[in-house]
Ligand binder design. Structure first.
Ligand code: NAD
Length: 277
């Protein structure tokens, strides 16, 4: 068993608190990377139709000795497939590539509010849930107004919202909204995507004081905020480092030190504007 604790979603199902993200892992390297990650103790694997590496994830699952019911597999609907029938067909395509009968978590990757289809798309997600083809449904990159619309116009509340979140962009308001509505926050880009966060002097100094790496103190910050976190590395040593977070704690002063690096700036796209198909 892996040493990673799970969080309980409002639907009663559990999700491992640390997972392995495979964004930008080349398709031909994905099987090996996911196999290494499972060996290192990861049980949650986060892919997406748009990453074009679902087959590699599926191949690693098929060859793994870890029983299927101990793994938690997430994929995401790609932007071009919004709409009711297109969502159902795209889901079938993912399941074929992943080689799965039932998916653990299906997410709408981006809301694309300018096309005004996410409510209809969500109806297809509700159908997949009702048909038992997916255990939990959620969203990604949804802002508060998008969540408000789903909550008022549809029947099933998202279990999670996977959003850009790291110490430079800590998403306080969105996290508060999630907490008020029983939606789990899942952090993407948790290490700041290799764009300087781990070299920030505040983070480096805290890591030195705690005798941990900068990546570990940042990931521990996510864990203590109550987020699910999905760091990505294809380096087996870093994979192990990124999951080894459960034998130390950050105190209030440490958490406050990490808060100092806040810029309020996103590293990725603005969900209200992002429309790439
Ligand atoms: P990340 O913050 O996980 O950063 C990855 C970068 O950090 C890589 O360059 C890697 O080499 C480096 N790194 C990893 N571990 C390290 C360590 N221990 N020490 C030093 N450097 C280290 O960024 P990400 O990959 O963009 O995000 C993680 C996952 O989130 C993705 O793989 C994907 O599954 C998901 N994601 C989702 C969305 C979305 O729209 N829903 C967008 C981006 C990413």
């Amino acid at each position: 068993m892996s040493g990673v604790p799970s969080l309980r979603m409002y639907n009663g199902l559990e999700i491992p608190q640390v997972g392995f993200g495979v964004f930008l892992v080349p398709p031909e390297e994905t099987k090996q990377a996911v196999a290494e990650a499972i060996k290192a103790g990861y049980r949650l694997i986060d892919t997406a139709q748009g990453y074009r590496n679902e087959e590699g994830v599926g191949a690693a699952i098929a060859e793994s000795e870890v029983p299927r019911d101990e793994l938690f597999i997430t994929t995401k609907l790609t932007n071009s497939e919004h709409g009711y029938d297109t969502t159902l067909a795209a889901f079938d395509g993912s399941m074929k590539k992943l080689g799965l009968d039932v998916l653990d978590l299906f997410l709408i990757h981006w809301p694309l509010p300018m096309f005004d289809q996410y409510v209809e798309t969500w109806r297809a997600f509700e159908r997949l849930l009702a048909d038992g083809r997916v255990r939990s449904i959620g969203v990604s990159n949804f802002e508060i107004p998008h969540l408000q619309r789903l909550l008022s116009e549809t029947d099933v509340k998202p279990t999670v919202n996977q959003v850009e979140l790291h110490p430079e962009f800590p998403q306080e308001e969105l996290r508060t909204y999630h907490d008020e509505h029983g939606i789990l926050t899942e952090s993407w880009g948790p290490l700041g995507q290799g764009k300087g966060l781990l070299e920030n002097p505040e983070i480096v100094e805290l890591a030195r004081r705690k005798d941990r790496t900068p990546a570990q103190v940042v990931l521990r910050w996510h864990v203590q905020l109550g987020c699910v976190v999905i760091p990505k590395s294809v380096n087996p040593d870093r994979m192990r480092e990124n999951i080894d977070l459960f034998d130390f704690e950050l105190d209030d002063a440490d958490m406050a030190d990490i808060s100092k690096v806040r810029t309020g700036q996103r590293l990725g796209a603005d969900p209200n504007e992002f429309a790439m198909l």
